[in-house]
Design a binder for this molecule. Structure first.
Ligand code: G6P
Length: 615
């Protein structure tokens, strides 16, 4: 994880880097630091804590002038989050400085060797080892910075996006990438370096995304030279025009990004199906599927790989694909899949789901599936991300930037994309009747308005949140399509309020969790009409007779659960397969309000990061 930012050009670097770090803080917020070069001196300030802590400290430590600089916001891997372990890191001579996102796995042996050669280390980080390795190579081999970085990187094992600056060569920054993302913003004789494009949106819409095992020397007046790290061959820079806008990455009047993103869901879902869903003509168009239809239809099975919330979207997809398209689906945690010698054949289709498109385990699982001959389809939100590029074909969710660490609109838009795919395949395979297909299209088109209606329950949900905010444990139950929603509801609460919560299939309750139920235990039960409703009502009875507190997520006008539950939160009626798109909404709002009431940092919950680029 970690976010990196750099600038070289004619402007003051500090404000660009500081604002850039704030935008990248979703990637980690254990510590922050900035190094600036003012034409004479290389200055550095860093601190444990958030970018705001750095902002308070930096003016007392260094002058802020200089038109070259690099900055870092950290999610700690090696070494506790303290001032010393914060980035940037100097080399022993003090001439070189580095920022790094990733892990150098063989840092211990390199460190040992460098210590023997007289190097000393003040931090516990792998990054300080790397910058001293670069310095050592530079001195011993008498090469320039770029070459030294290249030689050093050929000796390391691990993942990195790095930016290195040498005060003796102040017209350039050297960057390199393997496994972690790195974008270069190209301006008019000025360049921006960042983990994603958000830090430089207001300055340039031209971006180069480095590929794995590439490095670039970004030099004033001379521009950018990209090379392969392994064989030194030159790569022609591919400059992309960014579609992102600044408005998409600010809070826009909301207290938190998470709340903004929850409320963006009606539009985000619409953006997801726009141009793909054509109700009038009874059509679904998706280029990634259309171009590979035969391949996908002939698949023996679909294997979904993902992590976190995206994995929950995959579970919903399992129900939808099997129900509508009658294709066997297996849903795997990417981290388990990649290490358990899975049986994969050329007849398998793998669907990789990832909001960021950068999750290390998902990326590695994709590579493994590809090496076994499987066809890999990506469902990503971030355009141009590593997973989007690594997969054979794919469909973007078009949810817009998601900045709150707890995923919300990414989840509902992933389900929307996966529903479109399932419906399309069902139609092609003839496993859905014409009228049922048409009904699904019509209902899907109504979902944004129904989500809007579900959001209107906000004040009522706040009241419920107030009652249960001090609970120590919570149980979330759902059946069928809504079982994954129960998992997701529990995850949202855990992530941002730090309350222990478990999601369970409602009927499994009696095989264990029922032992936990007493008058202290809030149980959130998704009990929408259609799909096992009576069975869920029986489960609600069982909770009631053990004095558990019942909060039902029910269909508008529900009577049975209302009679039994302590509270109900209504969502509009829809087709059973589409209910997750609605039942998720109150659970997101509930977690949000509880976290706010408990005064937790909603957008940046402790220990978490949005983009998990380490295993
Ligand atoms: C992290 C985030 C989660 C996300 C998961 C998978 O844990 O905090 O919100 O669901 O990574 O990320 P991806 O970008 O692959 O969907």
């Amino acid at each position: 994880m970690c976010g990196i930012v750099g600038y070289i050009g004619k402007r003051e670097a500090y404000p660009i880097i500081l604002e850039g770090l704030k935008r990248l803080e979703y990637r980690g917020y254990d510590s922050a630091g900035i190094a600036l070069y003012d034409g004479e001196n290389l200055k550095l300030s860093k601190t444990k804590g958030k970018v705001a802590d750095l902002e308070n400290k930096i003016t007392k430590e260094i002058s802020l002038n200089g038109s070259v600089g690099i900055g870092h916001t950290r999610w700690a891997t090696h070494g506790v989050p303290n001032d010393v372990n914060s980035h940037p890191h100097y080399s022993n001579s003090g001439d070189l400085v580095i920022i790094h996102n990733g892990i150098i796995e063989n840092y211990a042996s390199i460190k040992e060797e460098l210590i023997k050669r007289g190097y000393s280390f003040s931090s516990d980080t792998d990054t300080e080892v790397l910058i001293n390795l670069i310095e050592d190579v530079k001195k011993n081999e008498k090469v320039k910075l770029g070459k030294a970085v290249q030689i050093a990187l050929n000796q390391v094992v691990g993942a990195y996006a790095i930016a290195v600056f040498d005060k003796n060569k102040p017209d350039e920054i050297v960057v390199a990438k393997l496994g972690s993302p790195l974008a270069i913003g190209v301006g008019d004789n000025e360049f921006f370096i960042a983990s994603d494009a958000t830090p430089f949106l207001e300055y340039t819409k031209k971006a180069i995304y480095l590929e794995d095992e590439e490095m670039a020397i970004v030099r004033l007046k001379k521009g950018i030279k990209i090379r392969k790290i392994k064989d030194d061959s030159l790569v022609a820079p591919y400059i992309q025009e960014l579609q992102l806008n600044l408005e998409q990455i600010v809070k826009g009047g909301y207290d938190h990004f998470m709340l903004k993103e929850i409320h963006e869901q009606p539009e985000a879902i619409k953006d997801t199906y726009r141009g793909r869903l054509n109700v009038k003509e009874g059509l679904i168009r998706m280029a990634g599927i259309d171009d590979n239809l035969e391949h996908i239809l002939n698949a023996n099975r679909i294997i979904v790989i993902a992590c976190g919330t995206s994995w929950h979207a995959g579970l919903v997809a399992e129900y939808i694909f099997e129900d509508l398209a009658r294709i066997p689906v297996e849903v795997e945690y990417a981290s388990e899949f990649r290490y358990r010698n899975p049986i994969i054949t050329e007849k398998d289709v793998v669907i990789a789901i990832s909001q960021s498109g950068e999750t290390a385990d998902t990326l590695a699982a994709i590579k493994l599936a590809k090496s076994k001959g499987a066809f890999v389809f990506g469902v990503c939100n971030v355009v141009g991300s590593s997973i989007a590029r690594e997969t054979h074909a794919g469909a973007y969710t078009h949810a817009g930037p998601e900045i709150g660490v707890a995923s919300t609109k990414a989840f509902t838009t992933q389900i929307t994309v996966l529903t479109l795919i399932a419906l399309k395949l069902a139609k092609e395979k003839g496993t859905i009747s014409k009228s049922d297909f048409q009904l699904h299209l019509q209902e899907l088109q109504l979902i944004p308005d129904k989500v809007k209606k579900a959001l209107l329950q906000d004040e009522h949900i706040k009241t419920v949140a107030k009652i249960y905010k001090d609970a120590k444990n919570c149980l979330y139950l759902g059946r069928g399509f809504n079982f994954p929603v129960a998992l997701e509801g529990a995850l949202k609460l855990k992530e941002i309020s730090y309350i222990h919560a478990e999601g369970y299939p409602a009927a499994e309750m009696k095989h264990g969790p029922i032992a936990l139920i007493d008058e202290q235990m809030p149980v959130f039960v998704i009990a929408t009409k259609r799909g096992h409703y009576e069975k869920v009502v029986s489960n609600v009875q069982e909770i009631k007779s053990r004095k558990g507190k019942i909060i039902g997520i029910v269909t508008e006008g529900d009577k049975d659960v209302k009679n039994l539950a302590d509270h109900v939160i209504e969502v509009p009626e829809t087709l059973e397969s589409l209910t997750p798109l609605l039942t998720t909404i109150p659970l997101q709002l509930l977690s949000y309000h509880i976290a706010v009431m408990l005064e937790k940092n909603v957008d940046q919950p402790r220990n978490l990061a949005k983009s998990v680029t380490v295993e």
